[in-house]
Design a protein around this ligand. Structure first.
Ligand code: AMP
Ligand code: MN
Ligand code: MN
Length: 327
């Protein structure tokens, strides 16, 4: 048995000893957040566990078709034997769902971010996994749980979205084998890919158009912004800029891409991407966020202009350091 399987068994023992369990995923959920939480839920419901599924923000439209998504609630009360955080790199990513009613409850942290702060009472953090959903499949396989079609669809959704359809640098034979298992268990790769990555509204294309038109390329840093006014103009919520940073990361001249999204609560979401050989996780952590070397982010308080100046200066400094290290 390898160390990953030992970790999975340890997590499973912790789950087995609990009956009422709160599953929590991160604010501004992506496909892995929702997919890993629902996939785990579909593994635990047949075990007779009583589950609550919490996420501070609503399930985005692209993932609302996943089985069980209607069970996700935005706030929870009551008491639980165990809280399981999924795809959260720090405690704040759980948002308000991690409220006063559960702060003293044992917390199992299941995540794949290299920047994970180890905030759980038990931490199963595996940066070699391309998605938290891949870890949930590993859990099921290690302890011999059946992969039903619902489990497979949710977990493949996580794997597809976090790897941008198997295009990221962490895709290896283990990831492809995991995907194959899920496809064999009944998940449709075509359906997931087209629903999660291939479909968007005309309004979001218009918003992208405006953001792309206004982008800047300075010192190999490509950046742009999505203001509240732009989102209001196209009647879009905070998800309107989803995917834009990935799209811009294809620009050959850019080493780093940043998309600043102004939110209505006075904060700015900073989504960053790095070309291979560069890293944005370091700057994200420095600014209180987290992520992966090639894709990271943070949320900062303040005026859009101030946040931009702060982030761009941290990135310039980090890029200079990275170039010096590589000589
Ligand atoms: P995104 O740009 O939203 O697709 O996020 C890219 C990566 O950065 C994901 O792994 C996120 O989990 C992480 N990330 C984004 N925003 C934050 C944040 N505010 N705090 C911590 N991690 C973040
Ligand atoms: Mn995520
Ligand atoms: Mn993830």
């Amino acid at each position: 048995m390898d160390s990953h399987q030992t970790d999975a068994q340890c997590a499973w023992r912790c789950i087995q000893s609990a009956h009422r369990i709160l599953l929590v995923t991160h604010v501004g959920p992506d496909g892995d957040a929702i997919g890993s939480m629902l996939g785990l839920a579909w593994l635990l419901w047949p075990q007779g566990k009583e589950l609550a599924l919490g996420c501070e923000d609503p399930v985005p439209r692209s993932y609302a078709w996943l089985p069980g998504s209607e069970q996700v609630v935005r706030s929870v009360d009551g008491s639980y034997d165990l809280v399981i955080s999924l795809d959260c790199s720090d405690v704040y990513r759980m948002g308000q769902v991690y409220g006063p009613n559960v702060v003293t409850t044992p917390l199992l942290n299941i995540d794949h971010h290299i920047t994970n702060t180890g905030f759980g009472s038990i931490n199963w953090v595996d940066p070699s996994s391309a998605a938290t959903s891949q870890m949930i499949l590993m859990l099921a396989d290690t302890v011999g749980l059946a992969i039903t079609e619902s489990v497979a669809v949710c977990l493949l959704n996580g794997l597809v979205t976090d790897t941008r359809s198997f295009r990221t640098s962490n895709v290896n034979s283990h990831v492809l084998r995991a995907a194959l298992r899920l496809i064999e268990a009944g998940a449709s790769l075509h359906e997931i890919t087209s629903r999660a990555l291939g479909r968007r509204s005309m309004a979001s294309v218009r918003l992208w158009g405006q953001a792309i038109d206004q982008c800047h390329l300075e010192d190999s840093i490509l950046w742009t912004q999505v203001t509240s006014a732009m989102r209001r103009r196209w009647s879009l919520d905070a998800n309107g800029s989803t995917g834009l940073a990935n799209f811009l990361s294809g620009v050959r001249e850019a080493k780093v891409v940043v998309v600043f999204t102004e939110r209505d609560d006075g904060t700015v979401d900073v989504g960053m991407r790095a070309a291979c050989g560069h890293d944005v996780a370091g700057v994200a952590v420095q600014l209180g966020g987290g992520g992966h070397p090639q894709a990271a982010g943070c949320t900062l308080k303040g005026d859009l202009g101030e946040v931009q100046a702060r982030v761009l200066s941290a990135l310039r400094c980090s890029l200079t350091g990275q170039e010096e290290e590589s000589v």
